[in-house]
Design a protein around this ligand. Sequence first.
Ligand SMILES: Nc1ncnc2c1ncn2[C@@H]1O[C@H](COP(=O)(O)OP(=O)(O)OP(=O)(O)O)[C@@H](O)[C@H]1O
Length: 364
Amino acid sequence: MTSAIAVRGVHKRFGKVNALDGLDLEVREGEFFCLLGPSGAGKTTTLKTVAGLELPDSGTVELGGADMRGVEPYDRGVAMCFESYALYPHKSAYDNLASPLRSPRHRLPAAQARERIGEIAELLGISALLDRPVGRLSNGQRQRVALGRVLVRPARAFLLDEPLSHLDAKLRQQMRAELKAIGAVRHTTTLYVTHDSVEALALGDRIGVLRDGRIVQTGTREEIWYRPYDTEVARAFGRPRINLLPGAVTAEGGFRSADGKVELPIPAGAAPGTEVLIGVRPRDLSLGEGPGHQLTGTVYVTEVLGRSVEVTVRLGEQHVSLVAPRGDAAGLRPDDPVRLWVRPENLLLFEADRPQRPGRRIGQ
Ligand SMILES: Nc1ncnc2c1ncn2[C@@H]1O[C@H](COP(=O)(O)OP(=O)(O)OP(=O)(O)O)[C@@H](O)[C@H]1O
């Protein structure tokens, strides 16, 4: 099957900065693909390269199987929404939404245009603002108009650059839930850029993790969550963050922490003496006794997170955090002894981190 978007071996330099360093990316037809990466990873440059607003130094961009070399942005048929949105400040929100439908290529009869705009405005919660000049809207309202401007016209793909970043937390969460339900989005290949892993997990049919201008891992949320490529990917997903205990593989093939206080069987084969990190997510550690590996420690601190409690436990010289239902953690005080348990399948094993090179996961 041809990919809707294929980026192959793209390099892009700005002076001394290697913005894209051999980027490979494939987005399938109709897929909602999230590109996740920290600031400066090359997310915006990737979108601009697909849109044709930046030209690769080398490598290719294909849309629907066709090489885009020499094809102008306007002729690529993609619709892009920038974080720094370009709107007409003196025109009304309605006119801003309508302008793409007045271009020769996407012209719609007035009644049909009104219907389409009404529908998108409704879904984005901006119906009441349509008569207002965009210059007098809040940042969050303006951002929704900018998103609407992209979604209003048919496109072969939507390229969205942090389109919810200016919304307050509540609206952002609500829009996140609604965005994928918008008919146009459901039926159109979407490449969505974000630095927010919660957003990527919530929205992405698949997620591509971008680092230093290259994709380090592509997968479904389950693949990225359960089989992270390395410690940095593991740390990027999940709050509180994954616990990573340093130690080494023993002569018997188990794990012993660096301080000698924690011993665990390991989930994958690794040579004795190998320096490793054993990873367990806070929600996979439980208080008390259960069908898994048992650990003992003392309470360091507890913090209420709504209906659950984050408990930080001292295990030897290390701290681990776990998230427990409020009932289980009620009454725990600093220095109380506690027992913990973890299912063997929830342990992840990584090579030790080295400078500039996060430890890779060991095992299948
Ligand atoms: N036009 C440009 N001129 C010079 N350097 C640039 C230009 N555009 C991007 N860069 C540099 O290329 C690198 C990647 O930038 P890019 O904007 O793609 O990252 P990003 O992942 O989108 O970051 P952010 O989340 O901060 O927007 C950065 O180091 C940036 O400073």
